[in-house]
Design a binder for this molecule. Structure first.
Ligand code: SF4
Length: 184
């Protein structure tokens, strides 16, 4: 068994939607050895091999596996977090057991798509970023031709949840984001 146990260590409120939470769980064992095997078997993962992170999208939730902790975003409550962590623990251990039959995949499998980014933008086409539409901004962002911070509205409290998920997704895909993009 690769992963013995996990423990929820932080539950952060979501200001934009008080019904949802963001959860961080510490894990008992280093699990990065299994990442290329999960990347080979799960659809839609983003594997950042140099940073040792694997991001999985499951039912609108965003789960990022790190070497010694897991972050869960867009979570309804602690029970849902516990269920997801149990599912993850089983998945990690089952995949690790079967690794001899799986060809590991070290590529950044599902590259970030402009549409993935677009869904997390305000969607108002306000043009404050200098682009005619949010989709045009998303295309430039995925092509690394514009910084996320150019979308001013995204950094308002109203879009905090979308912003957090988008920043997590971009970081997982190897994009460089300022440590504190709000500049506070
Ligand atoms: S500033 Fe943000 S919300 Fe406005 S058009 Fe650009 S991407 Fe869309």
């Amino acid at each position: 068994m690769l992963l013995q146990s996990y423990k929820i260590t932080r539950i952060l409120p979501c200001l934009a939607d008080p019904e949802k939470i963001r959860v961080i769980a510490e894990i008992s064992d280093e699990i990065h050895e299994v990442f290329p095997y999960l990347n080979a078997t799960l659809k839609g993962c983003i594997y950042n091999h140099p940073a040792n992170t694997l991001t999985i999208k499951k039912d609108q939730k965003l789960i990022t596996l790190h070497v010694l902790h897991i972050t869960l975003a867009k979570i309804e409550d602690e029970n849902e977090a516990e269920e997801l962590l149990k599912w993850l623990k089983d998945l990690v251990n089952e995949t690790y057991e079967k690794r001899g039959q799986i060809e590991p995949n070290y590529s950044m499998a599902a590259e970030l798509k402009a549409l993935d980014i677009f869904k997390l933008l305000p969607g108002t086409n306000c043009k404050k970023c200098g682009e005619p539409t949010c989709l045009a901004f998303a295309v430039k962002l995925v092509g690394r031709d514009i910084e996320i911070t150019k979308c001013d509205p995204l950094f308002s409290e109203k879009y905090q949840e979308k912003r957090d998920v988008l920043i997590e997704l971009l970081r997982a895909a190897g994009f460089e984001i300022p440590q504190n993009p709000l500049g506070t």
